[in-house]
Design a protein around this ligand. Sequence first.
Ligand SMILES: Nc1ncnc2c1ncn2[C@@H]1O[C@H](COP(=O)(O)OP(=O)(O)O)[C@@H](O)[C@H]1O
Ligand SMILES: [Mg+2]
Length: 357
Amino acid sequence: MKELFQPDLFSKKTPSYVEVNSKEIEGIRDLITRHYICDPNLQSVLRIGALEINSNNYKIITGKSNYLLKHFRSNSYPNFFKTQIEVSQRINEAKTIFPRFVLSKNNKTIVTHDSSYWILMEHIDGVYVGGDNINFKSLGKKIGSLFNLLTDYKKSNLPDSIMINCFDSFHDSFTRLHKASTHLEDYFPKSETSNLRNNIEVISSSYREINQYIHTIASLQTAPCHIDLHPHNILNSYNDTSYFLDVESIQVGYPAVAVAFAIYKLSREYIAASKKSENTNLKIEYDVREFANCILDRIESIKINLSMLRVCALFEVLRRLFIITDLNIIEKKTAWNKVLGIQLAAIKEIPIIFKGF
Ligand SMILES: Nc1ncnc2c1ncn2[C@@H]1O[C@H](COP(=O)(O)OP(=O)(O)O)[C@@H](O)[C@H]1O
Ligand SMILES: [Mg+2]
């Protein structure tokens, strides 16, 4: 227990900003003035030093308002992306949940510039959710409303999350890792091998357990959800509103899995920050349960079985772990290894988080 719930990459509470060079600033100025009617009096541009590898976001500081300019790398589904933005803004008509997007001069939410896609939105000044300042009740209500509002949207306009229909590859990835486990050093950098080796047993037993539930998971109801509600995808503004980020994560998935993952990620952050893991077990169970109930009470149209949440969270973490191990084993790609330890810890933390369910 002691080595669990340690602060990790997601425990950092404030976004970091990196200065950009004058050539890059000129490029951004050109983009902003060409496509948007916003204050061209661009004072400075900072790049968000987010942990996520695909992040390429800029904070645009003008005389009046600040904006967030997002470079959208994946060119594969701009049409879906348009819907994801639309859905987020329609939800805002009912409740302020996502940052507001800024339309271009041509009334577009996405602009093409230098053959890639960009979006501009209001910049939210604030800190990431979590830590001991987390208000489980109000956050739970907000997440519940988000999922409830999302179920109203047509599935066909949104991309399917890869969590759906991943079951064959789930099995293949485990087999691959299991085979590789006798000579891990052939596949993984030295820095990861001992942590992986020490956890092969717990990965295998968790996999075997989840495997028994695979048909149950596969038959869960699907709906539009936010599939990645980790602490760095929720910003608490200084005027006390929580904003959800990462509209690309609005996808058709299993709400039970997405909710279970969110409950785990946000609760573990709360424990890590408040060091509650020492001896106040009962309070943790109580808080987490209350958090889950606040979420589930608001999701009207989807029945989520409380006792399945632990299984759903574990499934999602294993799925993420296998993506990382496959990248190493098949492609020798190590870029995501910085979150490998996070998944390994999660496998052991999840049973503790969901003990009271
Ligand atoms: N509207 C916004 N206001 C302030 N910061 C933002 C905004 N949108 C994104 N960010 C910052 O950029 C980071 C990455 O953005 P996000 O949309 O989650 O993209 P990614 O896919 O890279 O995770 C966030 O964690 C946050 O720090
Ligand atoms: Mg993000």
